[in-house]
Ligand binder design. Structure first.
Ligand SMILES: O=C(O)CCc1cccc(O)c1
Length: 478
């Protein structure tokens, strides 16, 4: 095994998760952070249950659930705040055993992850440490130059250093714009007593005053509104202007904790890898927030990358495995970023004439497969066909590239979730005459499918067997 650590640049949620995932695979990680302490600014507020699979594999799902709140879904309102449509999310146990959607205050998640990093013997956090150069060596390892002159050698480098990524710049990757940038005001609020609002995301579909309102967690709420031409954050946050905008949500008495202008960008990197330097999270993509997928995309990036990097740096796989990172994550990120921009435009764009169009489009959502899957079930698009995703045959087309449900199972009389018995390698689930079998880690076991969810899922995919990758993505089905 290589003695060199993997260097993860950026100790935000994506970088910390990457470090924990690698450490759990026995890899030493040096986590570098430019800032001496996490920034005290709230950012992401939403994660779906697919992204939670990554936090669970990093060992922090229960702690995340303790600081988050189940979210009821997305409600579209007209200018008069009448409900146009509602896309519900299961606040109980969805197909992965958790609420389908959760709201949280990002600093709470960062505290959970930093505490896990501090507990992880294989992870060393160095902050402040600023990367200034990356040089590939003949043996494919990477020399990382730090501000101040220090140099260190890494088996691989993961650039999880955010929107203004130094690693991206050093690899020569460029962001490609997929939709026009959009200026919004984002206001974080705290209310002295709980507000009587529906516990989901409210999207006001009024082109003249497009707005979003959502309970976050505890006493925290968020309000967002588009800055129209010439509008400024300062003008809109004047109490006499802001209060009437908050009043329909009962939030006019709330304390403004922070108000900032944000430019929502829809961008994806044109390359995700140079040698053993790989990009993930906001370093690789920026998305408008309308489907709440910014952080989820980043967590999925590192969930699908960590096992590949671990395999390559321990000599278990050829470097070519790393080609699949951008090949898989690029199309997935582009699909979701485009979907977010499209949904944002449909919900908030156009002029007065857009109102009937919006109603017609809403009625048609169910006929666009990717939108329908997202709207009704919060499922993100499957990974495209590639060396690790065999979408051949009817079952492969239905199931390969999607996540296997984290169903309730009983093995040897013990009830648990599927992930608890899948192990850290490739696994095969199959319907045999004796029942459902799992082959993982060289062991074959009979699974009792407690709720019948796995059998139903296989049946829905017309499959009798699936091969599941270490990141819980179905590799092949038949
Ligand atoms: O569709 C969902 O489940 C997420 C909706 C969402 C979450 C966070 C912000 C936002 O604008 C929409």
């Amino acid at each position: 095994m290589s003695q060199l650590p993997v260097v993860v640049v950026g100790a935000g949620p994506v970088g910390c998760t990457a470090a924990l995932l690698l450490a759990r695979r026995g890899i030493d990680v040096l986590l570098l952070e430019r800032r001496p302490a996490p920034p005290a600014v709230p950012r992401a507020v939403h994660l779906d249950d697919e992204a939670l699979r990554a936090l669970a594999d990093a060992g922090v799902a229960e702690e995340f659930l303790a600081v988050s709140r189940p979210m009821a879904g997305l409600r579209l309102l007209d200018a008069g705040h009448r409900v146009l449509a509602e896309f519900a999310r299961d606040p109980g146990a969805g197909r992965h055993g958790w609420p389908q959607a959760s709201m949280f205050h990002q600093p709470d998640l960062e505290a959970v992850l930093r505490a896990a990093v501090d507990r992880a013997p294989r992870v060393t956090l160095r902050a402040p440490a600023e990367v200034t150069g990356l040089t590939e060596r003949p043996d494919r390892s990477v020399t990382v130059a730090l501000a101040g002159g220090a140099r260190l050698d890494a088996a691989a480098v993961l650039g999880c250093d955010g929107a203004h990524s130094t690693v991206r710049r050093l690899t020569g990757a460029r962001m490609r714009t997929l939709a026009r940038p959009d200026r919004w005001l984002v206001v974080d609020l705290r209310a002295p007593s709980p507000l009587p609002v529906w516990p989901g995301v409210h999207q006001v579909c009024d082109p003249a005053r497009a707005a979003t309102f959502m309970p976050v967690s505890g006493d925290r709420y968020r309000f967002e509104t588009r800055l129209l031409d010439g509008g400024t954050a300062a003008a809109l946050t004047a109490p006499e202007v802001l209060r009437p905008l908050l009043a329909p949500f009962g939030a006019d008495g709330a304390e403004v904790v922070r108000a900032a202008e944000y430019v929502y960008r829809a961008q994806v990197a044109d390359r995700w890898r140079r040698g053993r330097v790989l990009l993930a999270g906001d370093a690789a993509h920026l998305t408008p927030p309308f489907v709440g997928q910014g952080l989820g995309l980043g967590l999925r990036d590192v969930h699908q990358l960590a096992w590949k990097v671990a395999a390559v740096v321990t000599g278990g796989a050829d470097d070519a495995l790393l080609d699949t990172h951008g090949a898989e994550r690029g199309p997935h990120a582009r699909a979701l970023v485009r979907m977010a921009a499209l949904v944002g435009g449909l919900m908030t764009g156009g002029g007065a004439g857009a109102v009937p169009v919006r109603r017609a489009v809403l009625a048609a959502v169910g006929r666009v497969p990717a939108l329908a899957a997202y709207a009704t079930d919060s499922r993100t698009p499957p990974l495209r066909r590639g060396p690790l995703v065999d979408r051949g045959g009817p079952a492969g087309r239905r199931l390969a590239g999607t996540l296997v449900p984290r169903a309730r199972v009983r093995v040897d009389g013990r009830e648990c979730r599927l992930d608890d018995v899948l192990g850290s390698g490739t696994a095969v689930l199959a319907l045999a005459p004796s029942g459902l079998t799992l082959t993982a880690g060289g062991r074959r076991a009979l699974l009792d499918d407690v709720d019948g969810a796995l059998t139903a899922w296989l049946g829905g995919g017309r499959a009798r067997w699936v091969v599941v990758r270490p990141d819980r993505v179905v590799r092949a089905a038949g």
